[in-house]
Design a protein around this ligand. Structure first.
Ligand SMILES: *[C@@H]1O[C@H](CO)[C@@H](O)[C@H](O)[C@H]1NC(C)=O
Ligand SMILES: *[C@@H]1O[C@H](CO)[C@@H](O)[C@H](O)[C@H]1NC(C)=O
Length: 216
């Protein structure tokens, strides 16, 4: 841009110089030449003005670009710092759990992932590491000689059930999924109710999963 401006300035100087040399010419010719020369000179100053304006625009764009780059860097950092929570495990019982004499928190033993370490493999309890919106799902497969009833609990309070009743039918599949806003430290776990049973095989048929959608 600066080079173009310099080139145009040179061009303008040459035009002024050309105008000077016309002094040797006949007066009549000179007047017409002068008329011809004033026009390119005006064009020249107009172009310079436009160039100046363009340079201003580029400066403004450079500032906006620098701001955008700073914002992108900030967003990248925010993304890096964002808590990442994802857990998934199958019951890993390789057979029936239950029927039980009392309600029991299920410990899903066969852990696929536990990003953020929010799931406790010894207790079966998922504890929210941050306040946020979380998605939960819990599926099962089981025979029907006894009923199956799984309940998703939050802090001692039932939130959602999945179940089938006792029947002479072939095994059942069931499941449920829900989204909850959890406070930091809230505990979520799956409870198998008294008198019920559930089943899992090496095929991982009964799986409990959680992931954080967004910290709030
Ligand atoms: C399942 O059994 C319960 C009682 O244990 C009963 O209230 C419920 O209606 C039954 N559900 C179905 C779908 O039959
Ligand atoms: C069940 O999960 C375990 C552990 O992740 C894996 O090794 C196994 O292959 C899975 N079984 C099937 C049938 O996918």
């Amino acid at each position: 841009m600066r080079l173009t401006t310099a080139a145009l300035l040179l061009l303008c100087e040459n035009l002024i110089f050309a105008s000077g040399t016309t002094a040797d010419l006949e007066t009549s010719e000179l007047s017409t030449k002068d008329k011809q020369l004033t026009c390119p000179l005006k064009v020249c100053t107009d172009v310079l003005k436009e160039l100046g304006a363009a340079e201003q625009q580029i400066k403004a764009l450079e500032i906006r670009l620098a701001n955008s780059e700073a914002q992108i860097a900030e967003i990248k950092k925010e993304n890096q710092d964002k808590p990442k929570v994802a857990f998934s495990a199958s019951l890993g019982s390789n057979g029936f759990v239950g029927p039980l004499n009392e309600d029991q928190t299920l410990v899903y033993k066969n852990v696929f992932i536990n990003v953020g370490d929010a799931y406790n493999q010894d207790t079966g309890i998922f504890a929210a590491p941050v306040r946020g919106v979380y998605y939960f799902s819990f599926f099962y497969h089981c025979a029907t000689d006894h009923p199956t009833q799984l309940v998703l609990y939050r802090n001692g309070k039932p939130e959602a059930f999945t179940q089938h009743n006792q029947s002479s039918d072939s095994p059942e599949n069931g499941g449920n999924g829900l989204t909850l806003l959890l406070e930091k430290g809230d505990q979520v776990y799956i409870v198998l109710l008294k008198g019920r049973w559930v089943w899992d095989s090496p095929s991982n048929l009964s799986v409990f999963s959680v992931f954080l959608i967004n910290a709030m």
